[in-house]
Design a protein around this ligand. Structure first.
Ligand code: ARG
Length: 576
């Protein structure tokens, strides 16, 4: 149950019973000392204003009509007409008891919508690099959260698998393909393959001509060329899939709807735009001008939907994708997790889609931009020699560094176990570093910070989880069999209980804003409150019924940490 919404509904009802006009609901926030179960409602003053009455007097009336006997210990009016509610510990324990054995931890499913999540989307003419980490990680967390809430989620990996850059790759493959073995060997190191093809393209005019021929052949559906292309794409996808598996990302090859998927729809899209009088010919290119887009000196800013050479740019494919998503998939919503630098592209995309009727009022399509990953020097993160940082390299380094940490911390664990823990901790650390920062800001990539056992990091939370689990292990207690109820006496118990109950509120806020960092903060605070509780309140040494009550608090805390991390796409282990 979402306590905020629950209280808001009660207060709104009391307000309308006191004559408040409809459409002036109460809005409830955690306030004052939220860890003590304090909430504050506003909306009363706005209603009083509409009714032309004194807000404090109106608030008093509302409070006397409020049915919160089992919920609130105290209700008081503050300032000009805020209502402060202090939640009753008995209510907390009754609510929390419902979490026992409930894997949803109080989070109710919502009415399902069909939601497309567009994320990751590497260009296959390059190896996946650090720039893909953020969108992939954040997008995947939102996918998990939305599915957990009960939505029908369609993962859309809009891979860049089409376009002129493939000409040189195919021409290069063609050159090698007489010798299948060397082709396979070259393709297994994609980065070197791209570099070799590009070098040849730049240096050998004949090869460059051949590359251009291949672009034409590919686009006109030449079967031989199509076969070569498919081989290249398969190899590239295989490479991406390995990264996804290593990173514990839920994308599979079935989620790929690359640019090539839309290629035969592009001519039709441009025709439709023209039929709707949206297309203007400008310097041989077909353009869409919309009033809301102005460039330098207020000049109209076009979106080119077909180049003078006849080729279709990036936005045309995206227009086809919008149409496919609303008309074929019948999506209600779509979330585009794409770099902030593409903001103009997405604004134009959505505006043209609305003008063309691909998007209507019932569709909620949004760009969720994210910032850049920086190096220690405050510049976009690069290798020491100034090259792109490959994602595969980052993941390997994360595991190596985590293995050193785990070995230092638990030298007695068997090697295989340490390796498994290192994978979970290393990958978790890299992902959590992305997830815990506000999506829209740039941030500095720092190994020591993300792998620290102190502070808002994955290792800290994963370790907190293992500590709770060890309480059960030490005593041989099966958490699922604890009988008894939750008693809240100590202040540390109360603070922990209220935090646990706020899991739903947190999930709702994360999904609303598409900001997983809110969930990270929540889990970090929860772990801190758990540690304080564990210091202040003996668990195993307590007498019954307190012992069972505290064990239940331990168990729900562990489950909440586990579930929260899982929704972020981060694994946990029993020991570390
Ligand atoms: N492949 C593109 C790039 O690397 C990202 C695609 C994002 N999705 C989209 N529907 N445009 O820049």
């Amino acid at each position: 149950m979402n306590i905020r919404d629950f209280l808001a509904e009660k207060i709104s009802r009391a307000m309308s019973e006191c004559g408040a006009p409809t459409g002036t609901p109460a809005v409830v926030k955690q306030s004052g000392r939220p860890e003590h179960g304090q909430y504050q409602a506003n909306g009363v003053m706005a209603a009083a204003k509409k009714m032309n009455t004194n807000p404090r007097e109106f608030a008093e009336q509302v409070v006397s009509n409020l049915q919160l006997d089992d919920v609130a210990e105290r209700v008081e009016i503050a300032g000009p007409g805020f209502i402060n509610i202090h939640v009753d510990p008995a209510f907390l324990s009754a609510q929390l008891m419902q979490f026992v054995g409930d894997s949803r931890l109080g989070v109710d499913p919502v009415p399902a919508k069909t939601i497309v999540v567009d994320y990751s989307a590497p260009n296959l003419a390059k190896e996946m690099h650090i720039g893909h980490l953020r969108g992939t990680t954040i997008g995947d967390s939102l996918v998990r959260l939305l599915e957990f809430l009960g939505h029908k989620v369609v993962r859309a990996n809009h891979m860049g698998d089409w376009g002129s850059q493939f000409g040189r790759l195919l021409a290069y493959m063609n050159r090698l393909s007489n010798d299948t073995e060397s082709l396979i060997a070259e393709l297994s190191d994609l980065e070197t393959f791209y570099q070799a093809a590009t070098k040849l393209y730049d240096e050998d005019p004949q090869f460059a001509d051949l590359s251009r021929e291949f672009v034409v052949k590919l686009q006109s559906g030449d079967p031989e060329c199509g076969k070569l292309w498919q081989r290249f794409i398969d190899e590239s996808i295989h490479h991406c899939q390995k990264i996804y598996t290593d990173l514990n990302i839920t994308l599979t090859p079935a989620d790929i709807k690359g640019e090539s998927f839309y290629s035969d729809q592009l001519a039709g899209i441009v025709e439709e735009l023209a039929e709707k009088d949206l297309v203007t010919l400008s310097e041989g290119a077909k353009c869409v001008f919309l009033d809301e887009f102005k460039g330098k000196e207020d000049k109209p800013l076009p979106a080119i939907v077909q180049n003078s050479s006849g080729a279709y740019p990036y936005i045309s494919t995206d227009l086809a994708a919008v149409k496919y998503r609303t008309q074929t998939i019948k999506a209600d919503r779509a979330l585009y997790f794409i770099d902030a630098r593409q903001s103009l592209h997405l604004r134009q995309l959505f505006a043209i889609s609305r003008a063309a009727g691909y998007l209507t009022e019932r569709h909620d399509f949004r760009h969720l931009p994210f910032g850049v990953i920086m190096g220690d020097d405050g510049k976009p993160f690069q290798t020491r020699s100034g090259g792109v940082v490959k994602l595969a390299t980052v993941l390997a380094e994360a595991k190596t560094r985590a293995l050193q940490l785990v070995t230092a911390k638990s030298p007695d664990l068997a090697k295989g176990e340490r390796q498994r823990i290192a994978e979970v901790v290393g990958i978790g650390a890299v992902k959590y570093a992305e997830l815990s920062k506000n999506r829209s800001s740039d941030y500095i990539f720092n190994w020591d910070a993300m792998l620290s056992f102190d502070g808002n990091t994955a290792p800290y939370l994963q370790y907190a989880f293992t500590r709770i689990r060890s309480i059960f292990r030490r005593e041989g207690i099966d958490a699922s069999t604890i009988a008894g109820s939750i008693l809240i006496d100590e202040i540390a118990e109360q603070k922990l209980a209220i935090k646990l109950l706020q899991f739903t509120e947190c999930i709702d806020a994360v999904v609303q804003e598409c900001l997983p960092n809110l969930l990270c903060n929540y889990l970090y605070e929860l772990a801190g409150l758990f540690m304080s509780f564990y210091e202040a309140c003996p668990v195993l040494k307590a007498d019954e019924p307190v012992k069972s009550s505290r064990l239940l608090l331990c168990s729900i805390s562990a489950e909440t940490l586990r579930k929260g991390l899982e929704l972020l796409g981060i694994e946990t282990v029993e020991k570390m």
